[in-house]
Structures are given as structure tokens and as C-alpha cells.
Design a protein around this ligand. Structure first.
Ligand code: AMP
Length: 393
């Protein structure tokens, strides 16, 4: 078990909180969705109420180590100040001595936000001196950015070597949920995997074979598996370098008595486009000039049956080309069934999370993970480097 802010005394302490305020911002520099800011409020309120001096650090977008006005955290500062109903001060240049002077003047309960940490190339390089400079601003480090916990950057990893490090409430909740499903899941445990990159998901499947009862596979990654069993995939997405491994995993699943369910029917399109004409194809008879874009109605029905019986569900990746209206039916149906289920459910990965949100059903899911890559690492049974450096209880 890792320490959280509840396990330490923060009164009068300078607390550096690494948050994930990488929110969508439009061309007028307006925040389109403030979910990630709102999600940190319990941690921030706790720290403020317990008399900490809160120093916030985040990245926004990909400035590649260069200052870029369009990627400034100033719009986030304004929104946070409104949400917290208190002034939040801003430090333009982390390396300038004016920043440490601002920190020295902070009173208990004050909040200071640092400018986009990725304006410095040293951040993603996990530069030792940069991490040290950052750590000198504070007495305690709090990791509240689960989405970047798999990356060894200066503000997520390096800094924790110099000052005591603990989790914020968001990271604590993520770890608790994944710990439960990976070590003590209620059965039947059903994993639903989709998306395009089969290479990302094969290690996940391999690890899950010792945990789950059933794996439902959809999306572009399904065609590598369908090819492995000698099915017909037409012009569908396939990773030919992974067909053999996919076949081996199917054999291994049989040995371990785990059911891997592949699509039996698919919505095919001539081109990868919304305008393309579509046809339904059985996975045994695909036309050469069509590609699979979504799971078909028979597959949806089968997936529903397993989802309904599940007591634990983990879902990562859309089961079709969710970005196009025409091919989002399968993903939306899965989102509906998962949200209606009484199982403990975890959804991770941008598209599956977006599907649940667009249906307004997010509140009915046990846990919506804020991590994509981090989630996949935990599902592979790996530990996250930025969690490893956090103190144990
Ligand atoms: P990933 O990053 O691997 O989770 O993949 C997410 C992407 O998979 C989304 O952009 C989907 O459009 C894409 N996807 C889902 N189903 C298919 C499919 N049948 N063919 C190609 N791409 C797909």
C-alpha cells in the first residue's frame, strides 16, 4: 500500500502536487471540458483545509520543450480559481528565482500554479538538476496525475527522489480499483478489449489469462485474431507480425479454460470513411475489397450475454471505428450494457470513456480510469515507475 496525503502531516508544509490539467482548449483559449480540473478538487480542498501551501504543476499539450502561449496554463488558472473560489497565483518561469520568492511568501492554504512544465525540455528528459530544482520548491511531493504515471519525467518521477512522495486521492482511487480487479476480482470476470493496436493489447491478454473467465475482443485488433484461426478478413486492419502470437494466445486460453470471444459478424466498408457503402460480413466470408469497421449485431448479442453475467468488467478500447457515426453502434451498445451491469466496472482508454460520457452513463460505471497507457501497464501486471517511488505505508 502506498501512502496518500491522509497519511502525512501537511500543515504549514509546501506541497508540490503534480496534476494532469492537460484539458482540451479551443482556438479562443477557452476550456472545452474541465473534468480533469474538477477531478483534483477533493485533493486540493483537503490540502487547503489542512493548512498546506499548494504548488501545482502540470503539462498541457505537446510544446516539445519550448514556451508556447497557446499552451499556457493561464486559462486553467482562471478556471481553477473560480472552482476553488479563491485566488490562485501563477509562476511564469519555474527556473527563475522569482518563483522560489513567491513560494517563500505563501501562507498556509495558498495555491500557486507553475506554468506548463513541458515548456522545459528537461521535463521529458527527466533531467536530474531540473528535478532537483523543482523539489527545492517544496517539502512534500504529491502525485495526482495517474495518466502520466507510466512515464519517467522530472515532475512525475525524478522529483520524488529528493522529497517524500505520496499519492493524491485520484491516484489512490485508481490504485485501489486496479488492485481489487487484478488480485481479488469477483467472478465471472470479463475483459472487453478493442482499439486498433493489437501489439499494445497482446501482453494485456497474456497477463489476463490468469485472471479472467472471458475476453471479448472487438475493434481493429480482432482481425489479427480472426486471421490466426483461418477466418476471412478482407481488407481489414491486420498486424501480420502478430498473427502467430495471437494464435498461440488462443491456444493458451483454451488450456487455461478462458473463453476468448471473437466477432462472428462485422460491419464492413469499402473505404475507411463515413461515406463508404457498408455491408454485413460473417467472419468466415469477407469480401476482399471490404474492411471491418464495427462488430455486427450477432456479435453484439453475444457480448451482451457475457457482460450481463459478469461480476467484474474491465473495458479498454472501442469495438469499432467509433469516430464515425456510422460505425459507433457496437461501441455505444457495449457502453450501454456495461453501464447497466451491476458488476464492478472499470473503463479505461479515451474512446471507450468518451462513449460512456456521450451516452450520459458515466455515473453508472464503478470507475472511469484517467489513464490510457498507465491502465494498459497495470493490466499487464506491471508496476508504474512513478508509483514505485511513492512511499509505502
Ligand atoms: P487504440 O489506440 O489501439 O485503443 O485504438 C483506438 C482506435 O481504434 C480508434 O481511433 C478507432 O477508430 C480504432 N478502431 C476501432 N475499430 C477499428 C477497426 N475495425 N478498424 C480500424 N480501426 C479501428
Amino acid at each position: 500500500m502506498k501512502k496518500s496525503i491522509r497519511d502525512i502531516d501537511v500543515k504549514g508544509k509546501k506541497v508540490l502536487v503534480r496534476v494532469d490539467y492537460n484539458v482540451p482548449i479551443n482556438s479562443d483559449l477557452k476550456i472545452v471540458d474541465d473534468t480533469r480540473i474538477v477531478a483534483t478538487l477533493p485533493t486540493l480542498n483537503y490540502l487547503v483545509e489542512h493548512g498546506a501551501k499548494v504548488i501545482l504543476c502540470s503539462h498541457l499539450g505537446r510544446p516539445n520543450g519550448q514556451a508556447d502561449n497557446k499552451l499556457s496554463l493561464r486559462p486553467v488558472l482562471a478556471r481553477l480559481s473560480k472552482l476553488m473560489d479563491k485566488p490562485v497565483s501563477f509562476a511564469e518561469d519555474i527556473l527563475d528565482k522569482s518563483t522560489s520568492e513567491m513560494v517563500d511568501k505563501m501562507q498556509d492554504g495558498d495555491i500557486l500554479m507553475l506554468e506548463n512544465i513541458r515548456f522545459y525540455k528537461q521535463e521529458e528528459q527527466n533531467d536530474e538538476d531540473f528535478a532537483k530544482t523543482l523539489s527545492k520548491l517544496a517539502d512534500i511531493f504529491v502525485l495526482e496525475a495517474f495518466g502520466t504515471a507510466h512515464r519517467k519525467h522530472a515532475s512525475t518521477y525524478g522529483v520524488a527522489k529528493h522529497i517524500p512522495a505520496v499519492c493524491g486521492f485520484l491516484v489512490e482511487a485508481e490504485l485501489r480499483m486496479f488492485d481489487k480487479v487484478m488480485h481479488n476480482p469477483d467472478k465471472p470476470f470479463v475483459a472487453i478489449l478493442g482499439g486498433a493496436k493489437v501489439s499494445d493489447k497482446l501482453p494485456v491478454i497474456e497477463h489476463l489469462l490468469d485472471k479472467v473467465d472471458t475476453i471479448l475482443i472487438g475493434g481493429g485488433m480482432a482481425y489479427t485474431f480472426i486471421k490466426a484461426i483461418g477466418g476471412s478478413i478482407g481488407n481489414s486492419l491486420v498486424d501480420n507480425t502478430k498473427v502467430e502470437l495471437a494464435g498461440k494466445l488462443l491456444d493458451k486460453a483454451k488450456e487455461k479454460n478462458v473463453k476468448i470471444i471473437l466477432p462472428v459478424d462485422n460491419v464492413g466498408a469499402k473505404d475507411f470513411s463515413e461515406e463508404s457503402e457498408t455491408k454485413l460480413f460473417n467472419s468466415a466470408f469477407f469480401a476482399d475489397d471490404y474492411q471491418g469497421m464495427d462488430i455486427g449485431p450477432k456479435t453484439i448479442k453475444t457480448f451482451k450475454k457475457y457482460i450481463k453475467k459478469a461480476k467484474t468488467i474491465v473495458w479498454n478500447g472501442p469495438v469499432g471505428v467509433y469516430e464515425y457515426e456510422k460505425f459507433k453502434r457496437g461501441t455505444n451498445k457495449i457502453a450501454k450494457y456495461v453501464s447497466k451491469s451491476k458488476a464492478l466496472s472499470i473503463i479505461g482508454g479515451g474512446d471507450s470513456v468518451a462513449a460512456i460520457h456521450s451516452l450520459g452513463m458515466a455515473k453508472r460505471v464503478t470507475h472511469i480510469s484517467t489513464g490510457g497507457g498507465a491502465t494498459l501497464m497495470l493490466l499487464q501486471g506491471k508496476t508504474l515507475p512513478c508509483i514505485e517511488v511513492i512511499e509505502d505505508i
